[in-house]
Write a protein that binds this ligand. Structure first.
Ligand code: MF3
Ligand code: CO
Length: 257
């Protein structure tokens, strides 16, 4: 059903159940891939594992073929912010590896991302990753019926900038459902208390992308990989979240079995 005030799709309980299935597969996949991120693993190995995993779970890879994207997941290393294409590159100690994954179950999408630290890194790098995770949690905490969309954006930005890091402007979160990208865009920056009023049944992919230095990004000649313009490290976390009255419903956490 469409909310005519905001033109944001409202999902029924039945639709949310399918989105939770897609989401929990993504959550379990990311957990599995996180365990494989060790020195020597190739980013293409992670993609191969993702394809097998999704197949076994009876899900489709949401990213594969999306606008011609050539893989099932994105793996973005160090100064790569998002949309890194898996390939022969081997992960090494000290790397910061962001993995973004999406699944489709019976036409419904789940989308989530996490960032993994490989071995030892300087304290400020650990703080970058922790802050990005906390920024996502702060954004999720605002995804409650009655709040306004930019309350999410503002909470993310506040969390990031309080630590002196940069919040990426050129990519944003999004509504999600029968398509990976639905209305509305969900920026990670902005003033509080503006934009559409959040309603039960709205589903948002909230995804802060945070840099150690300046927030500017550029796209590599492969047409996909977004890197920081200043070469600084970046982190990315994402969850697919359903709005309801009271506590937000995170659809991309792995379901306990
Ligand atoms: N989380 C990313 C997004 O929302 C996933 C898309 S990657 C792509 O845009 F490769 F599929 F484009
Ligand atoms: Co997304």
């Amino acid at each position: 059903m469409m909310d005519l005030q905001t033109m944001i799709e409202l999902k029924s309980p039945q639709e949310l159940a399918l989105m939770r299935r897609a989401g929990s597969i993504v959550g379990a996949l990311l957990e599995r891939l996180t365990g494989l991120v060790q020195p020597g693993v190739r980013t293409a190995d992670l993609d191969a594992e993702a394809r097998q995993f999704l197949g076994r779970e009876g899900a489709q890879a949401a990213f594969l073929g999306y606008r011609g994207y050539p893989a099932a997941i994105c793996v973005s290393v160090n100064d790569e912010v998002v949309h890194g294409i898996p390939g022969p590159r081997r992960v090494k100690a000290g790397d910061v590896v962001s993995i973004d994954a999406g699944a489709v179950v019976e036409g419904f999408y789940g989308d989530a991302a996490t960032t993994v630290i490989v071995g030892e890194v300087p304290p400020r790098v650990r703080r970058l990753v922790d802050t990005t995770r906390r920024a996502l949690e702060a954004g999720i905490a605002q995804a409650i019926a009655g709040r306004r969309l930019s309350d999410i954006s503002h909470a993310v930005q506040q969390t990031v900038e309080a630590e002196g890091f940069g919040v990426v402007r050129d990519f944003v979160g999004h509504g999600i459902g029968r398509a990976m990208h639905e209305e509305p865009p969900v920026p990670n920056f902005g003033p509080p208390e503006t934009g559409p009023r959040l309603r039960p049944g709205m589903v948002l992919a909230i995804e802060p992308m945070v840099t150690l230095g300046h927030y500017g990004v550029r796209i590599l000649p492969d047409g996909w990989t977004a890197v920081t313009t200043d070469g600084s490290l970046a982190a990315h976390f994402e969850h697919t979240v359903a709005v309801r009255d009271g506590a937000p419903d995170v659809l991309t956490r792995r379901l306990e079995t």
